[in-house]
Design a protein around this ligand. Structure first.
Ligand code: SF4
Length: 276
């Protein structure tokens, strides 16, 4: 019988993305629960600071959306990055009027059964207006990723599909139709260039079928191969375990390749996954 070091009960966009990128990384992070043995990118300190500021920015926006006045929040935007992001947030045409929406659900958590697991996602914001549900996700990336890259991310697929399957309580007890849903990435350093992904029933079917297939695969996996794409290893915390290099990849190179943008994601999902 197959034995696993840790009995995984939930899946998230992060764990699914790891599984798709490298099964071994998925195993080390979610089954073996190994902490972070290596620096992901250089220069380490600067990147850590950027990530912390990104997390803090998410908190500021959340506080504002639950009703704290902007002037009060502005006092906490006390670094050059935070100040710029906060001012951009307030001025962004795509976000103007957000607080007038009929229903705002900042940091909403949704979950639904997926095979033998529960699929769990924590959203930065779900905004409901005139029968439409718009998923907002704040990104503090230093480069604007390509839409094709974003569109293929597990986050884009999971967030929209899960809102269809688990969002009825936000829609008077009736499931949203995929066509009512849109995912909107807003980039704090590119405030006038958000990425919007509407949804269709065909895309929903494709996404959910894929998610079920991945969950089944994960459940029955007996081996977790190392990725063939060695570029992924340069920015992976586990590279010393895999003997795939000691030195961290350079962040400029990583961003140039648009493969490591997720290093700067605020991983609320993992926090939710532990608490679930
Ligand atoms: S170092 Fe490479 S092979 Fe090892 S877990 Fe990371 S991405 Fe996978």
């Amino acid at each position: 019988m197959k034995t696993q070091p840790f009995q995984l009960t939930t899946l998230s966009q992060s764990s699914l993305q790891d599984y798709v990128d490298c099964a071994q990384r998925f195993k080390l992070r979610y089954l073996d629960r190994l902490s972070y043995p290596a620096v992901e990118t250089e220069p380490a300190l600067e990147n850590e600071k950027h990530q912390q500021e990104g997390e803090y920015f998410h908190r500021l926006v959340q506080q504002h959306l639950i009703g704290i006045p902007a002037e009060q929040i502005a006092r906490f935007a006390n670094t050059p990055n935070l100040q710029r992001w906060w001012e951009s947030f307030l001025a962004a045409p795509a976000l103007r009027g957000l607080r007038d929406f009929g229903g705002l659900y900042p940091e909403a958590t949704l979950s639904a059964p997926l095979g033998k697991y529960r699929l769990l996602a924590k959203y930065d914001l779900i905004a409901i207006q005139n029968g439409k549900a718009i998923i907002y996700d704040w990104k503090t990336y230093r480069k604007r990723p390509r839409n094709e890259w974003l569109s293929a991310r597990m986050q884009t697929r999971v967030y929209r599909a899960l809102l269809v399957n688990a969002g009825a309580h936000l829609n008077n007890g009736k499931s949203f139709e995929p066509e009512q849903i849109e995912m909107n990435y807003w980039f704090a350093d590119f405030p006038d260039d958000p990425a919007c992904f509407p949804y269709t029933s065909a895309q929903f079917k494709r996404d959910w079928d894929l998610l079920v297939k991945l969950a089944d695969e994960i459940d029955s996996a007996s081996s977790y191969p190392l990725t063939d794409d060695r570029q992924k290893c340069a920015f992976c915390t586990y590279r010393s375990y895999c003997e795939r290099g000691v030195r961290a990849g350079d962040i400029d190179q990583a961003e140039a390749e648009m493969e490591a943008e997720e290093l700067f994601d605020v991983d609320f999902e993992q926090i939710g996954e532990i608490a679930f």
